[in-house]
Design a protein around this ligand. Structure first.
Ligand SMILES: Nc1nc2c(c(=O)[nH]1)N[C@H]1C(S)=C(S)[C@@H](COP(=O)(O)OP(=O)(O)OC[C@H]3O[C@@H](n4cnc5c(=O)[nH]c(N)nc54)[C@H](O)[C@@H]3O)O[C@H]1N2
Ligand SMILES: Nc1nc2c(c(=O)[nH]1)N[C@H]1C(S)=C(S)[C@@H](COP(=O)(O)OP(=O)(O)OC[C@H]3O[C@@H](n4cnc5c(=O)[nH]c(N)nc54)[C@H](O)[C@@H]3O)O[C@H]1N2
Ligand code: SF4
Ligand SMILES: [Mo]
Length: 750
């Protein structure tokens, strides 16, 4: 590694200074009381809402922040995580140098040259002994789109890997497959204005109040006094604010939605015109739902006949009905078909493509949408398909690479990569911006697998994560606020985030790390043009050309900012519908000229979907029983999920803020219904054991009627929640079913 290529990695003048004085500087050296001398904006790096934040700068460094009042997403609002986004950058456990495990098994600081050489020697060594595809990567929905694309292209086209997946598998894979099969492309159709324009909002398996607090604020701004129907086994914060809560039995959503479809069809409460003009498969679907009588649905869901009737009536009476779903649907053994059973309701009632409607998957991480289109994992760059020869030729042409370097099939899914380790097929693993040793399902097995990897590289902001602690090599990464790039939020809006802080010590942006690895690997030439995030953005535009996610009409980062973020599609010819005969150049120039009414755009306004026949598909399948139902030995069903608005996933970031720490419980708790607690002689706040077939945890008993009898809930944020979960996957999306397994709860000492 030459000095100059290393210098190139430390992008921007601030980091150049830093290189001259290793050790860097952190917040401590910025006088707390200093007055800002400039303001810039950046989209938040936690959740998929994509709020814009004003960053108050002093000599180019952010010293504080406030929500942006002039942005169509958040209108001046931010949740506690957003407010505290800068604080967590200063944590003492930031990875500030590469760390290499020494002969004694200890992680010891090394310089970048040693780190890069070790990376290349070890990974190439494994490849020469076991084949190119014996190394793999696992990435994320939390890096810039430009970084994801770089990683995916480098790993697969440069380093010859075949397998690489992301934590979006844990999260959005179900929605991706459900949309692709139903609409012909992974295309969430909505815009956040739909939260305000609906008169009937159906939230399924979504605790919007705390998982997407600013989207929830958009619901609160709805002036139509909407009916809010929450479908969740738990009486969550969101359910408490609903006009109708349906606490159905876990994983009985499909039965419910098929039953509702049955009622709607029987009563003629459907939009026959829309169905005939824009869909296929309805007649077979209508026949399929016939046996889903109200009695059957009552039995399957545990809901009353009246509440099911009421739900159907509200859908019928609503003029603008929107259907939203999140992890209560996606994380399931039958997630794809469940999502589609909801999509079917929107299609059969014509609630799509119009204001306040839609079959709307709410995304999780800040850039899960970027990863869905550009991570080069299960899909080829730009929403393309590895198995499609035309797509491979197009991508190879744009990138100027030999087509033979592009794999002809999609990667193994996340769990297949991990199983590949057990089978000795995967021996080198590079984990970037995700913490599977905490977040992956069936943790004991996951730890065992990670410990077997011959060479494990972890690239993270913090060296203390459960996964980094298992690594042979830790690469120190800059985080949000310390680098540049774009994210794509839940409503398909591209937003820009910026470098407003120097990364600590020798930490580098993921982008710079990929650049250095490309050079050290010997494939730097292939990525000659990939020399800055914005240069890569221009390449991504070309890759998107002609796709439903076409962004060729976006000039540059400045245009994205000037427009208050830009939703895809925006092709050179208009809002992407031009080719489909509805948009005009006038529309595009209006958007380009100013922040226009086009700030909010939804898909399918012309009723045309992305299948070759332009129609959406009704897809359905008989519900399957829960893989691990409650039993005599394990009589309770465990649900897991988000605990508070102030905790983010595995807490590597949020636990570093004193303010956030005050806003959430300090230890693992388990929600138990008082009736169950009485039967088990458990008293409030008592420490209990929660045990499944796979492991056990101790937790504080939180007695609450918000959880139904026969169920318990544990938040995912403490490191051991996944000791309990069962490695079961949806057959189509291969997404883990985190939200149901059988457990028992016992008093300590019994
Ligand atoms: N504060 C905070 N916000 C976050 C995150 C975070 O970690 N912290 N993470 C972000 C990410 S990546 C994601 S993916 C989203 C997740 O956002 P959500 O999906 O809203 O959050 P969860 O709590 O995982 O799950 C939602 C609900 O699904 C319910 N559920 C469980 N089983 C079923 C079922 O069978 N049917 C139905 N209908 N419901 C069921 C649970 O009771 C739970 O209330 O949040 C994002 N926002
Ligand atoms: N039981 C249970 N388990 C679950 C879920 C559940 O509902 N229940 N939900 C699942 C879902 S939906 C999700 S999305 C996953 C999330 O699971 P993870 O992805 O494992 O969780 P995070 O804590 O977000 O991990 C992100 C990691 O990236 C690091 N990081 C942050 N920014 C950067 C950066 O810019 N560069 C680099 N290199 N590193 C960075 C952070 O320090 C952190 O270690 O968890 C899943 N696990
Ligand atoms: S709602 Fe999401 S995007 Fe908005 S400030 Fe909070 S974490 Fe950030
Ligand atoms: Mo997620």
């Amino acid at each position: 590694m030459t000095e100059s290529s290393l210098m190139r990695a430390f992008d921007g003048p601030l980091t150049r200074d830093l290189l001259l004085s290793p050790g860097g500087f952190g917040l401590g050296q910025v006088p707390a009381k200093s007055q800002p001398d400039a303001v810039t904006t950046s989209v938040c790096g936690y959740c998929s809402t994509g709020c814009s934040l004003n960053l108050h700068l002093k000599e180019g460094e952010a010293i504080s922040l406030s929500p942006n009042t002039n942005y169509p997403v958040n209108h001046g609002m931010a949740c506690p995580k957003g407010w505290e986004a800068l604080t967590v950058l200063d944590a003492p456990d930031r990875a500030t140098t590469p760390l290499l495990r020494d002969a004694g098994g200890k992680l010891k600081p090394v310089d970048w040259n040693t780190a890069l050489q070790t990376f290349v020697t070890r990974m190439q060594g494994i490849q020469s002994r076991h084949g190119d595809d014996s190394i793999a990567f696992i990435s994320t929905g939390q890096m810039a789109t430009e970084e994801m694309a770089f990683l995916g292209a480098l790993a697969k086209f440069g380093m010859g890997m075949k397998h690489g997946d992301g934590n979006t598998r844990q999260c959005m894979a179900t929605a991706v497959v459900a949309y692709k099969q139903a609409f012909g492309f992974d295309a969430p159709p909505y815009t956040y204005a739909d939260f305000e324009e609906s008169d009937t909002i159906v939230l399924v398996g979504s605790n919007l109040c705390l998982a997407h607090p600013i989207m929830w604020e958009r619901v609160m701004r709805n002036k139509h006094k909407p009916e809010i129907i929450v479908i969740d086994p738990r009486r969550t914060e969101t359910a408490m604010a609903a006009t109708l809560h349906l606490p159905l039995a876990p994983k009985s959503d499909m039965d419910l939605f098929y039953g509702i479809a049955h009622i709607l069809i029987e009563r003629g409460w459907i939009d026959r015109e829309f169905i005939d003009a824009h869909t296929t498969g309805f007649d077979a679907f209508a026949e399929f739902v016939l046996p889903f009588t109200i009695e059957k649905v009552v039995a399957a869901t545990g809901l009353s006949a009246e509440s099911i009737e009421r739900f159907a009536t509200l859908i019928h009476e609503g003029k603008r009905v929107s259907f939203w779903w999140t992890m209560g649907v996606n994380q399931s053994h039958q997630g794809v078909r469940t999502a589609q059973s909801l999509i079917n309701l929107a299609l059969m009632t014509g609630n799509i493509g119009k204001p306040g409607t839609g079959a709307n998957s709410i995304t999780g991480q800040c850039n899960a949408m970027g990863s869905r289109l550009f991570s080069n994992t299960t899909g080829l760059l730009g929403g393309h398909d590895f198995a499609n020869a035309d797509h491979r030729a197009k991508v190879a042409g744009i990138l100027g690479i030999d087509e033979a370097r592009i794999p002809r099939e999609a990667s193994w899914a996340y769990h297949e990569i991990l199983e590949g380790v057990l089978k000795g097929k995967i021996r080198g693993l590079w984990i970037i911006c995700t913490n599977p040793a905490h977040s992956w399902i069936n943790q004991r097995l996951c730890h065992d697998i990670l410990d077997r990897v011959e060479f494990l590289v972890v690239q993270d902001m913090y060296h203390t994560t459960e996964t980094a602690q298992r690594a042979h090599l830790v690469l120190p990464a800059a985080g949000w606020g310390e680098k540049d790039g774009t994210f794509i939020n839940s409503e398909r809006r591209l937003g820009v985030f910026k470098k407003v802080r120097r990364a600590p010590g020798q930490a580098l942006s993921d982008f710079s790390i990929f650049r250095l690895i490309a050079d050290a690997w010997g494939c730097g030439k292939m990525f000659e043009k990939w020399d800055s995030p914005e240069a890569v953005f221009q390449i991504l535009k070309q890759l998107s050309a002609g796709q439903p996610c076409d962004i060729t009409g976006i000039e540059d980062y400045r245009m994205i900012e000037a427009c208050g973020g830009i939703q895809w599609p925006l092709s050179e010819r208009g809002t992407g519908n031009a080719e489909r005969g509805v948009e005009s150049d006038v529309v595009h120039s209006a958007l380009r000229a100013s922040r226009s009414a086009l700030q909010e755009r939804r898909l399918f306004e012309d009723g045309r979907f992305y299948h070759p026949d332009g129609r959406a598909k009704f897809l359905f399948e008989a519900p399957r029983p829960m893989p691990e139902p409650a039993s005599t030995k394990y009589p309770l069903v465990l649900l897991t999920g988000r605990g508070t608005a102030s905790q983010w996933h595995t807490q590597t970031r949020t636990s570093k803020s004193e303010v956030l720490r005050k806003l959430y419980p300090q230890r693992l708790y388990v929600e138990i219904n008082p009736t169950d607690a009485r039967a088990l002689s458990i008293t409030p706040n008592e420490i209990v054991t929660v045990e499944s077939q796979r492991g056990h945890v101790t937790a504080q008993a939180f007695l609450t009627p918000s959880i139904s009898v026969g169920q318990v809930f544990i938040p995912m944020h403490e490191s051991n929640a996944n000791q309990l979960t069962d490695a079961v996957f949806d057959p189509y999306s291969k997404q883990p079913s985190y939200k149901s397994c059988a457990v028992r709860v016992t008093r300590i000492g019994t």
